[in-house]
Design a protein around this ligand. Structure first.
Ligand code: AMP
Length: 129
């Protein structure tokens, strides 16, 4: 069965898109640790990040780097944290999280956002790409 991220990539379910190219997509996490929490996802559905071919993995890092820089220009924060987990969605994704404190990286402290705020933030990050 297709992962929820494959369904997003195929346009079957919506997302707040931040960036996209031929092989990768970035969109806002729906249950963010902090405002601007973004996921960078390869379009090819692969379960674990270190199962990726080296060149594909490095391309994902390059894509994530570009998105992280745009994110840091958009959201006020001390820095952008990066994490790879994959326990909830078994489709590779890099979490980019604007952080001010260690708790922003714990996935236990969540913020709530209205859909209008998600939309405005995704648009603002897109403009910085
Ligand atoms: P993990 O697989 O543990 O790295 O976590 C999966 C992440 O995907 C969580 O932070 C979820 O909030 C996020 N997530 C799950 N479904 C969606 C969705 N439809 N759109 C955006 N983010 C999602």
């Amino acid at each position: 069965m297709a992962s929820i991220f494959t369904k997003i990539i195929n346009g079957e379910i919506p997302c707040y898109k931040v960036a996209e190219d031929e092989h990768f997509i970035a969109f806002l996490d729906i249950n963010p640790n902090a405002k601007g929490h973004t996921l960078c996802v390869p379009k090819q559905e692969i379960n674990k990040i270190f199962e990726m071919e080296e060149s594909h993995y490095l391309e994902l890092m390059k894509f994530s780097h570009k998105v992280a820089q745009a994110l840091e220009r958009t959201v006020t924060c001390k820095r952008i944290g990066m994490a790879v987990v994959g326990l909830e969605v078994p489709h590779v994704h890099v979490h980019l999280i604007p952080i001010n404190a260690m708790q922003d990286m714990t996935f236990q402290h969540k913020v709530s956002m209205e859909s209008s705020e998600f939309e405005a933030l995704a648009e603002a990050i897109q403009k910085e790409i």
